[in-house]
Design a binder for this molecule. Sequence first.
Ligand SMILES: Nc1ncnc2c1ncn2[C@@H]1O[C@H](COP(=O)(O)OP(=O)(O)OP(=O)(O)O)[C@@H](O)[C@H]1O
Ligand SMILES: [Mg+2]
Length: 332
Amino acid sequence: MIVLGLESSCDDTAAAVLEDGRERSSVVASQDLVHAPFGGVVPELAARNHLDNIIPVIEAALERAGLELSDIDAVAATRGPGLLGCLLVALQTGKGIACGRGLPFIGVNHIEGHLLSTEIDEVLPRPFLGMVVSGGHSALYLAGADHGWSLLGATRDDAAGEAFDKAAKLLDLGYPGGRQIEALARGGNPQALPLPRPRVRGEEIALSFSGLKTALWHRLREHPDLPKADVAASFQCAVVETLVDAARRGLEKSRADCLVVTGGVSANGALREAMATLCREEGVRLVVPPIPRCTDNAAMIAYAGWRRLERGERDGFDVEPMPVWPLGERDG
Ligand SMILES: Nc1ncnc2c1ncn2[C@@H]1O[C@H](COP(=O)(O)OP(=O)(O)OP(=O)(O)O)[C@@H](O)[C@H]1O
Ligand SMILES: [Mg+2]
């Protein structure tokens, strides 16, 4: 089955073609330059840019796959969670293509896409523990044998990627800031700045990053002359240790023997190394996506859609976007 996948939930417009779950092409039009002057995503600008980009990325994905629109057997598009005006673009385009050509259509949960992004290369045995660390989410799920997801814990406030972006803003590094912080941190001392390792009291696995961001703000006011590389390294170290601690507790609770770490922050080399050390200590397998599949892409959406289509699931053309869509709820 050849599936066209579409994604426009935030600030990346993406299209991909998969054949029986294998990637034939994946194209992403980033809007980083559009939003950089504002230090964050401007929803209306993002939606308007998706409108400009969606047809060109579909044409590019088909061309790179060596296919025509008439070769597509089904369409999958992100249905949520995300920004409403943004979600509408891929969802309506996907429905339009499927309706016009009489093809099956499926709306995909973006977080399920992230969690399944590694399976384009290798299907994992269940159960496994899946950690999503992205711009809008930081959560741990147990992937069950029945294709379902159980939420084990999530952030109470900011997501890990959001924390990186806010720290980068405090350091005047531009948007999005995760990659810049990582690059700067390579030359810095992670012990230079004392920062908290936030843990939610009484909660087994819940995460929190807003206190860390505030602590960084105070430290920068107290020590304005600290080298930025030391600040970046200290901040990155605090986020990484917090995520590793949550993953350790998730492994203890779930007794899973495989950990998947995915989402934009999973591109971070320090996080990958620390998770690899944790998994060696715990005798658990670590699986991470290739770097281009960490941040938003449509290959993961086409893949998650294909898995559901293979199980006989379909959505009608009246399906609506879901800006808030907890994974596991209402066919999530
Ligand atoms: N190397 C890196 N180190 C740390 N953070 C990174 C790195 N690369 C990307 N990020 C962060 O990843 C985030 C983007 O990830 P992604 O595209 O998966 O998120 P999103 O789509 O904005 O959010 P969501 O998937 O939750 O809807 C940004 O916050 C960015 O700073
Ligand atoms: Mg994402």
